[in-house]
Design a protein around this ligand. Structure first.
Ligand code: AMP
Ligand code: MG
Length: 354
């Protein structure tokens, strides 16, 4: 026994000696994979000894999820649920899990995010691009078909039931869940450093290979050139932004954005031009980005304060709220990690009270 211990100690010493002799390990390779999915350009930058296969697997995973959660493809899980006509429909475990997460966030936000909002989204033309302002009576009628409480999900049996006439849209949360699942996959493949851009969803795994924090740009609302207003430094965080400027149409004097308030059936129009949610979980951040954008500045801050008191510490999140007139509110957790970019230093930056 004693001899054995000595042997192990010797081996450890030898290993240490060899590592120090070989000096620093070869620098990890960088690989960037770009593709189009979920109606947006995505890119995954990852580091490792041979990182490309893991990156391609993550891409394949996201493309598979896109097929499951598409509202337009006929063989998607969402289309199958729609055609269930009030009877239980078998779906993949990923769909049942995501829908359950979405219903949970709908509960938390009192319906500000609601996966049954799809008939309204389509009526305004956001699926087809045939934009229009639906008449009040039509909205009234469609609102009757919007209520997340009528959706039934069994994650044990992977079954979903919705009433006849109801339709689902997971667009407010799908990219967040995709980044979570892609990051899990990369970690399983031994990747410890990666940055994923899935449209407005950024997800950082670990730190940069040199040990410094990832630097994520926060976009100037509505700037077509994609100028950055500020830089946020993060590690193991999702940064998810919802904004009226991301997709909208104009008619006359009015602008109508793609986030719909499920309480009124109308596109959101309030004191926010965007909400970024910074937290450990992409799914939660994505759901919140949409919901808090619906709630407006005070509603968003109130929700954040409540969550600070009632959510487990490891689920706490931070916010960046942009108004319409060069004002920014951040929550205290971002202090020291949020820096206004050159040219934007005169924007009014306020730190919210806990
Ligand atoms: P996001 O960019 O994450 O805020 O998601 C916006 C997308 O979610 C829209 O393009 C719609 O497809 C869908 N959507 C719009 N409003 C809502 C809402 N209040 N709840 C759930 N999904 C919504
Ligand atoms: Mg969202």
């Amino acid at each position: 026994m004693k001899k054995n211990n000595r042997g192990v100690a010797l081996l450890c010493l030898l290993a240490l000696f060899l590592t120090s002799c070989t000096g620093t390990q070869a620098a990890p390779q960088e690989e960037t994979i770009q593709f189009f999915a979920m109606d947006t350009i995505m890119s995954i930058t990852l580091y490792g000894e041979d990182p490309r296969p893991a990156g391609l697997e993550a891409q394949a995973l996201i493309e598979r999820l896109e097929k499951l959660w598409s509202v337009t493809e006929e063989d998607s899980d969402l289309s199958a649920i729609q055609s269930g006509g009030g009877t239980p429909v078998a779906v993949s475990p990923e769909t049942a899990d995501l829908l359950e997460a979405c219903l949970h966030m709908a509960e938390e936000t009192q319906g500000a995010i609601d996966p049954t909002v799809y008939p309204l989204v389509r009526a305004w033309g956001f699926t087809t691009g045939d934009y229009r302002v639906p008449p009040a009576e039509e909205l009234e009628e469609l609102l009757d078909r919007v209520d997340y409480r009528e959706v039934e999900v069994s994650v044990q049996e992977n079954l979903v039931t919705i009433p006849q006439g109801m339709e689902l849209d997971l667009g407010a949360i799908a990219k967040g869940r995709s980044s979570d699942l892609a990051v899990n996959l990369l970690q399983e493949q031994g990747i410890t450093s990666a940055l994923l851009y899935l449209g407005g969803n950024v997800h950082a795994l670990g730190r940069k290979p040199d040990g410094t924090l990832w630097r994520v740009g926060i976009q100037v609302p509505g700037d077509a050139g994609g100028a950055y207003l500020a830089v946020l430094e993060v590690e193991d965080r999702a940064v998810v932004t919802s904004g009226g400027y991301q997709r909208y149409f104009q008619q006359g004097e009015n602008t109508y954005c793609h986030v719909i308030d499920p309480a009124t059936g109308l596109p959101v129009e309030n004191d926010l031009s965007s909400v970024s949610v910074v937290g450990p979980n992409g799914t939660t951040c994505d759901a919140l980005s949409t919901a808090l954008f619906v709630l407006g500045r005070e509603g968003a801050l109130e929700f954040w304060r409540q969550s600070q008191m009632t959510w487990p510490e490891e689920e706490h999140f931070d916010l960046i709220l942009l108004g319409h007139t060069e004002e920014i509110t951040i929550t205290p957790g971002l202090e020291g990690r949020f820096t206004l970019a050159p040219g934007y230093e005169d924007w009014e930056l306020e730190v919210a009270h806990p």
